[in-house]
Design a protein around this ligand. Structure first.
Ligand code: KE4
Length: 438
């Protein structure tokens, strides 16, 4: 078995997925600590993961799967990468948190500034949600404006202002606009369809002087994977310049995923602020707000926009992040070329397998981030994505699981290929699709 067949570190080991789920549901809302893990839109029992190694995960029923979720993005080199584990281990023996600055935080800030084209400074947080919340406050503080624009189906974490027409788990569970968000707050969030520049132009025509920021996932990953159409991001850039609003790229998912210079480096559009997460923390809790010094220095204590966090810059997260970013930075050509080749192989073989089933489907891929939609229509926005055949997705999801292949338990999520996926692993998954009764 490729996965570390570890003895579980707690006293509920050996209960199996279903018993653990039954027990968890009595103690944790829905039995999970993040809704999208609950299999809500696909049904069935979530897999409780005991351990993972490379591209494989092992659940509490002792079943192994080739994994395309990758903890929703961070595991670009595969699970339990030795260099990352070693960095965490050698750091932990010196203490896990001090609430004081550390040398390693300077080092990871230097790496971020070096790798993110628009960044001159960085502020670390403990999650992507904290990063986007902080970026919105910063944009509002800099401009003195209250409105901001987001896109239907884009997900920027669970901050109140962003839970309006949100993607990912919010869309999966049918609450794109969540109860509990005051109307007064939600009214400050303007929403346009992704890839619809005309809709943004008319919003800016009407509200431009009150818009602090346009927030966008430069490549949407929370309605499946949906790239920007030609000119969309460039148009947002021009509209922000015209109206004095800030362009914020939420690169929590795309950051270091689609290129070592993030989506902004790959696509050649420069945002005013960038948020990062997932890969930047090497699979440990971390988020980042970064950008030019003229904006970032508005953050407390140099500026008046307050932003803080007990565990921000946590030594273990920073050690894992440095280990991963250094690897991605030093071997970028080899790593990203291999990821692209492997992902192209997956696209080709999965397309052939689905064509053999006679299943209409469309596909988007940017590097090692992909989206599969059970609709023949090209998907350019959340409305298109929501036209997919939900029942067919459920059969596909559970059929693959039974064959030992794990994809995201929602059609509103992207899939991820890691450097640990071999050509043989990809072939195995295509053969698995061939066996499905769809
Ligand atoms: P976190 O707070 O979950 O670290 O990051 C929020 C976030 C912000 N921006 C983007 C573009 C994101 O994709 C995310 C989180 N992504 C989801 C998966 N699509 C996290 C999975 C979950 O909610 O459990």
């Amino acid at each position: 078995m490729n996965v570390n067949d570890s003895e579980s570190l707690n006293d509920v080991a050996g209960l199996g997925n279903q018993s653990l789920f039954d027990r968890a549901k009595k103690l944790i809302p829905g039995g999970v600590n993040s809704p999208v893990r609950a299999f809500g839109s696909v049904g069935g029992t979530p897999r409780f993961i005991r351990s993972a190694k490379g591209c494989r995960i092992l659940d509490e029923d002792n079943r192994e799967y080739i994994d395309f979720v990758g903890s929703w993005g961070p595991m670009i080199l595969g699970h339990a990468h030795p260099e990352i584990l070693e960095a965490i281990a050698r750091t932990a023996v010196h203490g896990t948190s001090f609430g004081a600055p550390t040398a390693a935080e300077v080092e990871i800030a230097e790496l971020i500034v070096d790798m993110v084209p628009s960044a001159e400074m960085a502020r670390l947080t403990s999650s992507g949600t904290e990063a986007t919340m902080s970026a919105l406050r910063l944009a509002r503080g800099i401009t003195g404006r209250s409105l901001f624009i987001k896109f239907e189906g884009c997900y920027h974490g669970h901050g109140d202002s962003f839970l309006v027409a949100a993607g990912s788990g919010a869309a999966t569970h049918g609450h794109p606009s969540s109860p509990g968000v005051p109307e007064a707050t939600a009214n400050l969030t303007l929403v346009a369809p992704f890839n619809d520049l005309a809709a943004v132009e008319s919003l800016m025509q009407e509200h431009g002087s009150d818009v602090a920021a346009i927030f966008v996932e430069p490549i949407a990953g929370n309605m499946g994977c949906v790239p920007p159409v030609e000119g969309f991001l460039e148009g947002l850039r021009a509209l922000c310049d015209k109206h004095g609003s800030l362009l914020v790229f939420d690169e929590v998912m795309t950051g270091f995923r689609v290129s070592p210079q993030c989506a902004q480096g790959l696509l050649g559009v420069t945002p005013d602020l960038t948020t990062l997460g997932k890969i930047v923390g090497g699979g440990m809790p971390m988020g980042v707000v970064c950008g030019p010094q003229k904006y970032m220095e508005h953050f407390s204590p140099t500026g008046a926009v307050y932003q803080a966090g007990t565990l921000s810059g946590n030594p273990l997260s920073v050690a894992a992040g440095i280990a991963l970013l250094k690897r991605l930075h030093s071997d970028s050509d080899e790593i990203y070329n291999t990821l692209d080749q492997r992902s192209a192989q997956l696209h080709q073989l999965w397309k052939e397998a689905l064509d053999q089933h006679g299943i209409p489907h469309s596909w988007h891929r940017v590097g090692s981030m992909f989206g599969l939609f059970f609709t023949a229509k090209t998907v350019n926005n959340f409305h298109d994505a929501s036209q997919g055949d939900v029942e067919l997705f459920k059969k596909f999801f559970h059929g693959l699981l039974a064959e030992g292949v794990a994809i995201a338990p929602s059609s509103y999520e992207a899939g991820f290929v890691s450097l640990a996926h071999t050509a043989e692993d990809i072939e195995f998954t295509a053969e698995a699709i061939g066996k499905l009764k769809l």
